[in-house]
Design a protein around this ligand. Structure first.
Ligand SMILES: Cc1cc2nc3c(=O)[nH]c(=O)nc-3n(C[C@H](O)[C@H](O)[C@H](O)COP(=O)(O)OP(=O)(O)OC[C@H]3O[C@@H](n4cnc5c(N)ncnc54)[C@H](O)[C@@H]3O)c2cc1C
Length: 456
């Protein structure tokens, strides 16, 4: 892959795009530019030259062509939640899909179609009145295209798989500006690559999902003193090793009023009495100081997380895939919680199991289909604070688990500084994925896409 070496012709791109987009083309210095540039992680300082707020596929296609002709680095932004800020490139043109958040539900056919900029909240607001949902992540502000095309771990993973396992098809504007449909009966190689290879092949303008009846789930928060963290994590690992598909449980350490607290956040999407029993077992792992469990609609359950990991702080993430969470991993995590450097930082573990683990590894580009636990090490601090202690904490926490970890990690959470690990995530699928990239984006127009795989 070669990067463009000719000087960028911003004026040329503006000449083409201004008549199409009018004041939806924002240039650095314009009113509204700074707000449009803002992403979830305020530590991202990259300054694009222009932001094209597109509202349909034709505008996206024009923006892709204009950026290429002008030699401008191109990037794509939906929910703005990539921690590494890959939706922005220095001096580049951002294709901003925040004005494309429409959702159409076919309740009888159990499908939903979303535009490329829709966030999780948009989809669930449209499906909840029908008692329907699909497998999403836990945070409602996360963009669906970014989430789904790389993975999509979440509360329904055991029963319905990853978000990408629920995708039925997608429309994509490719690097040459043409539009194609990816699906089981359409462009099948793109269809394979798009389910794990993320934004590397084009701009996704539409995604179609399978929906499921999820009228209500049993969920909430159990929080325990830090001293009970080892028992909570070990017990969680044991319970999840034999967990039914209906049960998913996030665990780890979250900020509390006077230091980190261990937590269990169960999600039960099945028959309620069996859910009560499963949750009683989790509750008995310690003496909860917070115990708020009850039935609620899926979308309401996710709203629990609206105020965690807020926009505007500075963040750095590290991640590992652990096959299991044996005692040495528990010890390392408890040590990390004890040595946490910020009241905003957290350690979160999610188990990949059930339906997600019954998909053949070669069926989609996402390759790690054996049951495993994803560890997220989230260092968070306030603007103005020195980053170094928090960065060092995240690095040493992740490194302490290296010997126990699988190769690779969840590519959505691996930054551009972790490209080798990102490539390792694809195992036997890597060569097919790289071939798809060479085929669909031979000039690496989408060089800053998540996942970072291609040496940019
Ligand atoms: C607070 C928080 C919670 C999270 N929770 C979960 C979770 O529960 N489960 C989980 O699996 N992940 C989770 N993630 C990770 C998240 O899924 C990824 O960071 C994802 O890439 C974010 O997508 P976005 O559209 O919001 O990001 P953006 O920053 O807008 O985009 C990131 C990248 O996605 C690609 N992209 C986005 N939109 C398009 C499009 N329309 N077409 C083509 N490419 C596109 C581009 O490569 C872009 O660089 C979470 C992240 C955060 C910060």
């Amino acid at each position: 892959m070669t990067a463009t070496s000719t000087p960028a012709d911003l004026a040329g791109a503006v000449r083409v795009l201004r008549p199409l987009l009018a004041d939806r083309l924002l240039l650095a210095g314009d009113a509204g530019f700074a707000a449009a540039r803002q992403v979830w992680n305020a530590a991202v300082t990259r300054q694009p030259a222009a932001i094209a707020r597109c509202t349909d596929g034709a505008e996206i296609s024009a923006a892709v062509r204009a950026a290429r002709d002008a030699g401008l680095p191109l990037s794509v932004r939906s929910g703005g939640h990539d921690w590494a800020g890959r939706a922005l490139r220095e001096g580049g043109l951002v294709i901003d899909l925040t004005g494309m958040r429409g959702v159409t539900v076919d309740a009888a056919g159990r499908t939903a179609t979303v535009q490329g900029g829709a966030i999780t909240a948009d989809l669930l607001a449209a499906t909840t009145p029908y008692g329907l949902a699909t497998a999403t992540g836990v945070v409602r502000a996360v963009g669906l295209a970014g989430l789904t095309t790389v993975g999509g771990y979440g509360p329904l993973i055991g029963r319905y798989g990853l978000s990408l396992d629920n995708l039925l098809g997608a429309s994509v504007v490719l690097a040459d500006g043409t539009t194609v449909t990816a699906g089981p009966d359409d462009d099948t190689e793109l269809w394979w690559a798009l389910r794990g290879g993320g934004g590397n092949f084009g701009v996704v303008t539409e995604l179609r999902y399978r929906l499921h009846e999820v009228p209500s789930i049993l969920t909430g928060m159990l929080m325990f003193p830090l001293e009970q963290g080892a028992a909570v994590l070990s017990g969680h690992a044991e319970i999840m090793a034999g967990a039914p598909d209906e049960l998913s449980v996030m665990t780890g350490f979250l900020p509390g009023p006077s230091g980190p607290l261990a937590f269990l956040c169960p999600f039960w999407c099945g028959e309620p009495a069996a859910g009560e029993q499963a949750i009683a077992r989790l509750r008995s792992l310690g003496d909860p100081i917070v115990d708020q469990i009850g039935p609620m609609p899926y979308a309401a359950a996710l709203s629990m997380f609206d105020r965690s990991m807020v926009d505007g702080n500075h963040y750095l993430l590290r991640t590992r895939w652990l096959p299991d969470v044996p005692p040495p991993a528990v010890d390392a995590l408890v040590t990390a919680a004890t040595e946490i450097t910020s009241p905003f930082s957290a350690l979160i573990l999610n188990r990949f199991h059930g339906a997600a683990s019954r998909v053949e590894p070669a069926a989609t580009a996402f390759a790690q289909r054996a049951p495993h636990t994803v560890l997220e090490v989230i260092a968070a601090w306030q603007p103005g604070e020195p980053a170094e202690p928090h960065r060092a904490w995240a690095e040493s926490t992740a490194t302490a688990l290296d010997e126990l970890a699988l190769p690779g990690g969840y590519p959505n959470l691996l930054g551009p500084d972790d490209e080798d690990r990102s490539r390792d995530s694809y195992g036997a699928n890597l060569s097919r994925l790289l071939a798809a990239k060479r085929h669909y984006d031979p000039d690496d127009v989408f060089a800053s896409a998540v996942p970072s795989l291609f040496g940019q």
